[in-house]
Design a protein around this ligand. Structure first.
Ligand SMILES: CC(C)(COP(=O)(O)OP(=O)(O)OC[C@H]1O[C@@H](n2cnc3c(N)ncnc32)[C@H](O)[C@@H]1OP(=O)(O)O)[C@@H](O)C(=O)NCCC(=O)NCCS
Length: 331
């Protein structure tokens, strides 16, 4: 059976840098609070006119260049995002059009912060069975346009950033490389602990002028509750994958977790019994970029020489749903 290897990885972040001090103008917060409680110093936000598929295109172009491939080499697109450029169709179709490859199948995956690992798992199944040879997997998000920039929304507004990462996944007959095992989970019991309620598809009509005046149009989170689940689920799902592959945490070269809060990442490292130098972190620059986070981390870690051919990686995510997932990858 084929193995799924990363032939190329790329990322793109909007040019506009939003530092913590920016929020002090609109809400009761401070650079000190944000850094101390989250580890975030700044994030990238889009300017008017930038689109989710546009960010995805730039990340894809870099990934293709690094894979030494052309758009025509792509057999299938998996687009992991909470959003599209519009309500529908999904962003994968817009990206496919921008890449100029009509007819190539495109599927959106909507699993919030776990979107990339879920997408990788789906891609791995198609490649292992031989249905597709080369798959473009993208994580791309614009969160900044939907945040409450008042004190009421300060717990969410300071956390999120925009960006995109893209992986060119391809079939290899080398049994020593590629995706080794993935573990996926979800528990809808907790759907309302981190969610965006309105505009509601079941509300008649979906949005009214009255609704726009309430805070229910903004994403909501019970921060401490989510935090507690995250610090349990991350190590649990990494260990589950390691056990399935008969590997130990000591054999892992780099843990690449979803970046939600530096304190979550530090707690995960501690619970896994590893030091922070074995855990990738770039949250200080970008905040939480939802499904784009893990491919952005991978792309930067490759550029920095922290991932090399043969490195054993543990990718792990946790997010709204709740959903959580892990993949072990031999680069
Ligand atoms: C959101 C989060 C950073 C808040 O940090 P925290 O240390 O848990 O803070 P708390 O929620 O306990 O709030 C402490 C106080 O800080 C306040 N606060 C929240 N955001 C603030 C901000 N940006 N600036 C200043 N104060 C803020 C709260 O209102 C609260 O005030 P109160 O005590 O008067 O009620 C943290 O809970 C978190 O990271 N949660 C999980 C994030 C996550 O995993 N997200 C999604 C997964 S994808």
């Amino acid at each position: 059976m084929n193995r799924t290897i990363f032939a190329g990885i790329g990322h793109y972040l909007p040019e506009r840098i939003v530092k913590n001090q920016y929020f002090e103008k609109f809400m009761d917060t401070s650079d000190e609070w944000i850094q101390e409680r989250t580890g975030i110093k700044e994030r990238r936000w889009v300017d008017e006119g930038e689109t989710v598929s546009g960010l995805a295109l730039k990340a894809t172009e870099l990934a293709l260049q690094r894979a030494q491939m052309k758009p025509q080499d792509i057999d299938f697109i998996i687009f992991a995002s909470m959003e599209s450029d519009v309500v529908f169709p999904g962003g994968g179709c817009f990206l496919q059009h921008k890449l100029g490859i009509p007819g190539v199948p495109s599927m959106d995956i909507r699993n919030q912060c776990s979107g990339f690992v879920y997408g990788l798992t789906v891609a791995d199944q198609f490649i292992r069975t031989g249905m597709y040879k080369t798959i473009l997997l993208v994580g791309a998000e614009i969160q900044s346009t939907g945040l409450d920039l008042t004190t009421r929304g300060r717990d969410m507004a300071v956390l999120f950033g925009d960006g995109a990462g893209a992986a060119i996944l391809t079939a290899s007959d080398n049994p020593n490389r590629g995706v080794i095992v993935s573990k996926l989970h979800a528990d809808g019991t907790y759907a309302k602990k981190l969610w965006g309620e309105w505009p509601s598809i079941t509300h008649h009509p979906r949005i009214t002028p009255e609704m726009l005046k309430t805070d229910r149009i903004f994403p909501k989170m019970e921060g401490r509750y989510v935090f507690k689940h995250a610090v349990t689920r991350f190590p649990e799902v990494i260990r589950e994958a390691l056990d399935a592959a008969n590997l130990t945490i000591d054999e892992v070269d780099l843990v690449v977790p979803h970046q939600a809060n530096l304190r979550i990442t530090e707690a995960v490292a501690q619970r896994l019994g590893i030091t922070m130098d074995k855990v990738y972190s770039n949250i200080h620059k970008y905040g939480n970029t939802t499904a784009a986070t893990i491919p952005i981390c991978l792309s930067e870690a490759v550029e920095e020489g922290r991932i090399k051919e043969g490195s054993l990686l543990a990718l792990a995510s946790f997010g709204s749903g709740f959903t959580w997932a892990s993949s072990l990858v031999r680069w």
